[in-house]
Design a binder for this molecule. Structure first.
Ligand code: ADP
Length: 302
């Protein structure tokens, strides 16, 4: 299977007329709960793209943690490797959205920050049996580096999505098969501001020299620049009406992971992932906007 190692959160979303000032109460809120976290989003994206997926992360021993597991299982994701922290609560994001559509977010990573290298170590055999391990930077750096380490002498492919930007970036191991970054993350790691395709190529080449075998630099509506051992190429985005780009990068990673582990060559897998991400930006929200394989195939046939 594909094993996703990463974060999982519950988003507590409240739509209000206007944000309260310090000390003030606004009482006109409309509440909704949603599931998020880059790790969980990518796992759902890979599963809906048709992959067999397992999730390794850390939630709290509370009702939110249970709800996260149930939600992952609804997409057929194997959740046995999820650790329950006894000391930290499930990761939560509190999101206020005002009438203008602006947001105000406070996040508490909680249990996500309690994923230790010992947890990773205890699933070393499981990780090594995976076709691909997909991992992001929303968990402690030490857990990310431990994952690279336990996979050092295995055939498992690794997709590392350096998101969100962390001051202390993990070392870019040559064991990374695919490094996926957006323009900001690429600029942070390479020192090259990415505006043009030339700059994208330049940044991706610099990153490849730091270890990863392939670099996929996502460029929003401009698609992806891909740098491989055989050279670089540009994959255009699919033309769609963008409404909300939340989770576009996560969908790209998850769909790409499924496509490559099913044997698609890199050009085709990137195209498939762009189509999945394009569908995602036409819909509101994170996990509700993650498309299913049939929808992606329909878009690709048009
Ligand atoms: P992130 O969400 O991590 O910042 P990007 O904005 O680069 O990542 O988006 C990831 C991928 O999603 C892009 O490579 C592209 O394939 C797709 N995408 C993003 N925005 C659009 C858009 N406006 N139209 C079509 N595809 C898009």
């Amino acid at each position: 299977p594909i094993t996703v190692v990463g974060s999982a959160n519950v988003d507590m979303i409240m739509q209000v007329e206007r944000f309260p000032a310090p000390g003030e109460t606004v009482s006109d809120g409309q509440f909704s709960q949603a599931f998020g976290g880059k790790g969980a989003n990518q796992a759902v994206a890979a599963a809906r793209a048709g992959g067999r997926v397992a999730f390794l992360g850390c939630v709290g021993a509370d009702a939110f943690g249970e709800a996260i597991l149930e939600n992952l299982r609804r997409d057929g994701i194997f959740t046995e490797p999820v650790v329950k922290s006894v000391s930290e609560p499930t990761g939560i994001a509190m999101i206020l959205i005002n009438k203008q559509g602006e947001n105000c977010i406070a996040a508490a990573p909680g249990a996500n920050n309690a994923l230790t290298s010992a947890h990773i170590e205890s699933y070393a055999a499981f990780l090594k049996r995976s076709r691909m391990v997909v991992i992001q930077a929303e968990i402690p750096r030490i857990a990310v580096e431990k994952t690279f380490e336990v996979l050092a002498d295995s055939e498992t492919a690794i997709l590392f999505n350096f998101a969100p930007i962390r001051k202390e970036a993990p070392k870019l191991s040559p064991r990374i098969t695919y490094l996926v970054v957006n323009e900001t993350e690429a600029a942070y790691l390479s020192g090259v501001q990415v505006g043009t395709f030339r700059e994208a190529e330049q940044a991706a080449r610099i990153l490849r020299r730091q270890g990863p075998q392939n670099v996929l630099l996502t460029l929003g509506a401009n698609g992806v620049w891909v740098e491989t051992p055989q050279g670089g190429f540009h994959a255009p985005a699919l033309p769609v009406q963008a409404i909300d780009t939340t989770a576009a990068g996560d969908v790209f990673c998850g769909a790409f992971a499924t496509a490559t582990t099913q044997g698609q060559p890199i050009h085709e897998a990137v195209h498939f992932a762009c189509a999945a991400a394009a569908l995602c930006v036409t819909r509101l929200g994170a996990q509700p906007s993650i498309p299913y394989r049939e929808e992606v195939e329909t878009l690709l046939k048009q």
